[in-house]
Design a protein around this ligand. Structure first.
Ligand code: DX5
Ligand code: ZN
Length: 217
């Protein structure tokens, strides 16, 4: 059994029953709760904002893993921390001064993550890798839950794990989009050690058991 971290995405929860779904995650083997913030500009969809995440914080007993799919993420880093963010991941594609942004995230006391879209090669991360805690590799185009996994991600994970062995051996490699038991197993053997799962968890008949099966990959 590996020690893969599992971060179910609240994007696939029942928004009319968020408290119930957060309490389900509290009782499950999930390591984090993945919070997808979308602005309708960087991605073609809007999810929820900080009034919702602050309400979630009242019930969440798991640490929160924020994925910012927004332009100008620097404006919202403190709001993430105020909403309980333990990890904040910003998109490489949205940051002109990425080193400044990840330094600020760490100053605020959170772990700093950089996210890359499916079209972005892992090689662009070479210089930033020693300065961050996590890379979030998108295995779908961000914006929606329930999309089909992009198969070229496996090779990106192997390449990134090789880079991390050289530049940052403690790096967490998280993958987001289309994760299920089959894709998850291949991702873990390629070198990923944190899996996001939205649709697969929340549409399953027994979400806590599904989370446990991902933990056991
Ligand atoms: C997609 C989000 C994901 C999403 C994953 O833009 O970043 O976190 O919730 O959903 P699934 O696991 O359903 O592909
Ligand atoms: Zn996400």
């Amino acid at each position: 059994m590996s020690d893969v971290l599992v971060s179910p995405s609240l994007l696939s929860a029942d928004f009319a029953n968020i408290q119930r779904d957060v309490e389900m995650l509290n009782e499950s083997k999930a390591d984090f709760i993945h919070i997808d913030i979308m602005d309708g500009v960087f991605v073609p969809n809007i999810s929820f904002g900080f009034s919702v995440t602050k309400a979630v914080l009242k019930y969440a007993k798991k640490p929160m893993d924020f994925h910012l799919m927004i332009i100008n993420p620097d404006h919202y880093l403190e709001a993430c921390v105020d909403s309980g963010a333990e990890i904040i991941s910003v998109h490489f594609e949205t940051c002109n001064h990425l080193h400044r942004t990840v330094s600020r995230i760490r100053e605020l006391g959170a772990k700093a993550g950089v996210t890359i879209n499916p079209h972005t090669p892992v090689t662009v991360l070479d210089s930033i890798l020693p300065h961050i805690d996590l890379v979030l590799v998108m295995s779908v185009n961000p914006g929606y839950g329930g999309q089909k996994f992009i198969g070229t991600t496996y090779e990106k994970i192997s390449q990134l794990r090789n880079m991390a062995d050289r530049l940052n051996p403690d790096l967490i490699i998280e993958v987001d989009g289309g994760v299920n038991l089959e894709t998850g197993a291949k991702l873990v053997s390629a070198g990923a050690n944190m899996l996001v799962a939205g649709n697969f968890v929340f549409t399953s008949p027994d979400p806590p058991a599904t989370i446990e099966s991902l933990k056991n990959l």
